[in-house]
Write a protein that binds this ligand. Structure first.
Ligand code: DLL
Length: 432
């Protein structure tokens, strides 16, 4: 553990600390951010009304559009002369979501990433190859400062130029890879093309996140690279990567509760759901200074688990995120996440791990086509073989998800490879 004092803190003590920090955060935003003052007043609440952590439920939610509406600096609690860094996430609407940090915030973030990398086996002997994008995206610099904090040797290579990535990993003896899971797969494929096997590299683990990936995808990456693959979760609005991370139990991601208070809500009604029930993750930051968020709706779908973890960390675990509620496909009334289709494809295991979903609407009916790559050998095989595999996949998807999909097996390397967040869905409905 990087910081046993906090990561394994007795729950009672932890909850006291959370409440103290929550009060400070609420006072801060109420005093310094007109938006929050108005929001609190709209429900007749002020910070003094929050007497327990559970009282947080009395306050309104914050959503991504609130950040956009107050672009660029409207939700900051400090003047720009105190801000030392900004990041942004690009949205589909064009207006970026801008976030800011002072020195204290950057220290908190590095601490969270130090915990994440330590949980994945990182230490001062590690050579951390950071292939998340550097720039406005939080992935690159987030991993970078965490890796420096644990004293590792950092290779700040950013994304792209995949052959060069492989060469550097080989030459510099990278032991820990940080990138998106889809990019890890592409790097593995490139290694293979370059005639390098996992034994030629020193890599032993990876921290992969920024997009949903199934447990089956974890197995594929672990097998191809002969490493231990850990999930890491975060979002710019809350701080960046490191909000939660997997330990070696790989049974949920620990949310650093000394910095964040999580809730799960029913996305339709806003009602708070108990442990184990699946809904939308809502996060309140309780230590960030420049841009605290109160009850921020992440849109990410997961559930919480307060049971003791084998690793001795006492912080609550969230289940691997299955997807964002915005990315959920509704195919003829049935809800599906691309990661569920991924899991089925990889379970069958006779295709390559590259796929894309094409959604369209014919008349008033939504249709789903699943494109999946097959190996060279299989593609040049008899048509009958391909048809029978297509049928198997179609039947499995129908049996397990209750949706009828068209399956199209496609040529090797015909689906675009990802150097960052993969595009899993092509939705033609908006254009027809
Ligand atoms: O993706 C931060 C990050 C960088 C996380 C590197 C992990 C590693 P944004 O660009 O703001 O920030 O996108 C945040 O990405 O709300 C989720 O929908 C998705 N996401 C992030 N991590 C995971 C994960 C970064 N482990 C959005 N599993 C979030 C599933 C994830 N989805």
């Amino acid at each position: 553990m990087w910081n046993r004092k906090y990561e394994a803190m007795d729950r009672e003590q932890l909850e006291k600390l959370q409440f103290l920090r929550l009060k400070q955060t609420l006072e801060r935003v109420y005093q310094l951010v007109p938006f929050y003052r108005r929001r609190f007043e709209s429900v007749g609440a002020e910070p003094g009304d929050i007497r327990t952590t559970a009282d947080l439920a009395k306050l309104p939610f914050t959503v991504k559009n609130d950040l956009r509406d107050n672009y660029p600096y409207g939700l900051f609690t400090v003047d720009l002369n105190e801000v030392v860094r900004v990041h942004a996430s690009s949205g589909t609407t064009g207006i970026p979501t801008l976030v800011g940090y002072n020195r204290h915030d950057l220290d908190v973030w590095a601490e969270l990433m130090a915990r994440t990398l330590t949980a994945a086996g990182g230490n001062n002997d590690s050579v951390v190859h950071v292939a998340y994008g550097y720039g406005l995206f939080t992935g690159g610099l987030g991993a970078h400062y965490g890796a420096e904090k644990i004293g590792a040797t950092v290779i700040p290579i950013s994304g792209g130029q995949t052959r060069r990535q492989v060469r550097m990993m080989h030459d510099l003896g990278a032991t820990l890879l940080a990138c998106t899971p889809s990019y890890a797969l592409y790097i593995a494929e490139t290694m293979d093309e370059m005639g390098l096997s996992p034994a030629d590299l020193k890599l032993h683990s990876g921290v992969f996140g920024a997009e949903p990936w199934s447990d089956n995808m974890r197995r594929v990456i672990e097998e191809k690279m002969k490493i231990d693959a850990y999930d890491i979760y975060g979002l710019s609005e809350v701080i960046g990567p490191g909000v939660s991370f997997e330990c070696n139990a790989k049974d949920g991601l620990h949310i650093s509760e000394d910095h964040f208070i999580p809730e799960i809500i029913n996305p339709q009604t806003g009602e708070i759901l108990p442990d184990g029930e699946t809904g939308e993750l809502v996060i309140t930051s309780i230590s960030k200074e420049v841009l605290p968020v109160v009850r921020y709706r992440t849109r990410d779908i997961t559930s919480l688990n307060h049971e003791k973890c084998a690793c001795e960390r006492t912080h609550v675990r969230m289940k691997k995120v299955s997807g964002r509620s915005d990315d959920m496909l509704i195919i003829r009334g049935v809800n599906v996440f691309p990661s569920q289709v991924e899991s089925i494809l990889l379970d069958i295991g006779e295709t390559e791990p590259y796929y894309q979903l094409v959604v369209d609407r014919i008349g008033s009916l939504d249709t789903l086509e699943v494109l999946v790559e097959v190996s060279d050998r299989m593609f040049s095989d008899q048509v009958r073989g391909l048809e029978s595999l297509e049928n198997r996949i179609r039947t499995e998807i129908d049996n397990l998800l209750g949706i009828s999909a068209e399956i199209k097996l496609v040529e090797p390397k015909s689906i675009p490879r990802s150097e960052g967040k993969a595009i899993r869905v092509i939705d033609k409905r908006n254009f027809s």
